[in-house]
Structure formats: structure tokens, C-alpha cells
Design a protein around this ligand. Structure first.
Ligand code: C5P
Length: 286
């Protein structure tokens, strides 16, 4: 039996802009993404036999092709003819699920990169990103993994200078969000404020953490239903009160994050936020 273990880090949107709806039904995006150390652990094992068996520490996750990790393996086989006999995928989930942090996409990327290595397929990173784009819009970013500008559906990626090391407090409110629903809402509302993407890129170039932090911006916050928007705003304000350099929602949410330049205030802020929200994490930029 051949086995391999990889980490699948969570992503954050430093900026998120939706430029418009495309003819294929997807939306044209412009966003700056980065990754944090909070990660799932993905274990792959290949042995003689056939089929894919997925197990995870979260009983409610799908274990068939609806799970992006399985979908990625199936897509890899379809596109390259890769043969693994029987594949066992183990997911140790730590990244909150349905949270706007690309946890499922990151698992899928880890499966693609991991199987390439485990089976010695010799595929380039670009080819893995191409296959990943057919699994989900965030998968190519997760294959790349560094701070990057994402355009197109999210699959057109330009690496950027890494965000300076900082501490990140994540708070996931209890309400659910539907990604297709939020995209539909943004189609019917005029986007009045957009992120200063160029300003964030210049601040990354200059190694200016406060400059990045004060420009965090996500257009989806403005189209959340009112009560959800209110909760997100309250969490952001609390993060600011507790010393965050900047705060924003990630992806289609609902996770809100704050950037801190030191560990102690980040940990204190996380303790304080636990009164408002059950799922609170302290992590660091990768
Ligand atoms: O690509 P993925 O399957 O992750 O996308 C999930 C949903 O998000 C799509 O079905 C679509 O409704 C929406 N989406 C979009 N434009 C994008 C990415 C996602 O409309 N660029």
C-alpha cells in the first residue's frame, strides 16, 4: 500500500469583487486571496483493488462524488487515465464547512496534488490547476496556494507577494449562506462600493500590512439579507474594538476575519468573540 498525507489550508479573501454575470452563468471575479495555517489533513492510500472510499471526522459530509475530494479524484482519472487501484481518502476536517474559506476546494486540491505525487503522474502544477477548474472555481487557487489575484471564474491566477506574517481571528456566525443565492442577489442589486484591488496589490508589494488590512473589502457583505448583514457588521466592529488592523467577510461567508499584528491581542479578541459566536479560531498567515 502507498500512502501520503497533505495539509489542505483554508483561504481568505483580502478583497472580493464581482464584475458581472457571464454568458456561461458564472460571474467574472476579481479577488485577492491568501492562505492561512488552519488546515484539513488529507490522507491518501492506494492499494490493489478498485473504487474510492472516503471517511472523515464529520459524519454529515457526503462520501460520494458530491464531496469535492472524491470529485477531484474522479476528474483526474477521467482526464489522465490515472490508475490507483483502490483509493482511500481520509479527511481530518478542521476548516469550518460552508464557511467561505474554500475548505472543500482545498481538500480537492490536496487530492489532485497528492495523487500526482503518490502515483508519480508527472503532471505540472498548471495541468493540475486546469483539472481543478473543472472540479470547482476555487480549486485552482488552492492548488497554487500562495497570495494571488484571481480573475475569470476564479481560475485565472497571478501570484502576488505574500501577505506579511500576521495573526488572523476567524469567527463563523451560526447562519447558513447559499453561494448561488448570493450570486443571484448580486445580479439584482447595483454594487455601489468596490474594493481597492490595486491599492491592496500595491500594499502587498510594499510589505505594508496596515495598508492591506484597511483595504479588506468584500462586495457580498452589501447583498446579505439584513439580519445576516447586521451580524457580520457586529462581528467586524467587535474585531476592530479589540485591535484588529482590518476585518472583512471571506468569500460568500459567513466567516468574518480580522488581521492582527501580534498574537496576544488576537487571542484576547478570540476569547471575547466566543460570547457572540460559537466557532472562533486563531490562525496565522501561511
Ligand atoms: O465553481 P463552483 O462549483 O464552486 O461554484 C458554485 C456556484 O457559485 C456556481 O454554481 C455559481 O452559482 C456560483 N459561481 C458564480 N461565479 C463564479 C464562481 C461561482 O456564479 N465565478
Amino acid at each position: 500500500m502507498k500512502t501520503l498525507t497533505r495539509q489542505a489550508p483554508a483561504k481568505l479573501n483580502l478583497t472580493l469583487d464581482v464584475l458581472g454575470k457571464r454568458e456561461d452563468g458564472y460571474h467574472e471575479m476579481k479577488m485577492v486571496m491568501t492562505s492561512v495555517t488552519l488546515a484539513d489533513t488529507v490522507t491518501l492510500a492506494s492499494e490493489p483493488g478498485e473504487g474510492i472510499v472516503l471517511s472523515s471526522n464529520l459524519g454529515f459530509l457526503p462520501v460520494d462524488g458530491k464531496n469535492l475530494a472524491v470529485s477531484a479524484a474522479l476528474r483526474l482519472k477521467e482526464e489522465t487515465g490515472a490508475d490507483w487501484g483502490k483509493l482511500t481518502i481520509g479527511l481530518e476536517k478542521r476548516v469550518p464547512v460552508c464557511a467561505g474559506m474554500a475548505g472543500g476546494s482545498s481538500d480537492a486540491a490536496a487530492v489532485l496534488v497528492g495523487l500526482n505525487e503518490l502515483l508519480g503522474l508527472g503532471l505540472t502544477r498548471e495541468r493540475l490547476m486546469e483539472i481543478g477548474a473543472r472540479v470547482g472555481s476555487d480549486v485552482p487557487y488552492c492548488v497554487l496556494g500562495c497570495t494571488a489575484l484571481a480573475q475569470g471564474r476564479g481560475e485565472v491566477l497571478t501570484p502576488l507577494p505574500a501577505l506579511l506574517h500576521c495573526w488572523v481571528v476567524l469567527a463563523k456566525p451560526g447562519f447558513p449562506v447559499s453561494t448561488p443565492e448570493l450570486f443571484a442577489r448580486i445580479d439584482t442589486q447595483k454594487v455601489r462600493c468596490r474594493p481597492d484591488t490595486g491599492g491592496v496589490m500595491a500594499a502587498l508589494e510594499a510589505g505594508d500590512l496596515p495598508g492591506v488590512a484597511r483595504r479588506l473589502f468584500n462586495v457580498f457583505e452589501a447583498v446579505l439579507p439584513e439580519r445576516k448583514a447586521h451580524q457580520v457588521e457586529e462581528l467586524k466592529q467587535e474585531l476592530f474594538r479589540r485591535g484588529a488592523l482590518g476585518a472583512s467577510m471571506s468569500g460568500t461567508g459567513p466567516t468574518v476575519f480580522g488581521l492582527f499584528d501580534a498574537e496576544a491581542p488576537a487571542r484576547e479578541a478570540a476569547e471575547g468573540l466566543k460570547d457572540m459566536c460559537r466557532d472562533v479560531f486563531v490562525t496565522e498567515t501561511l
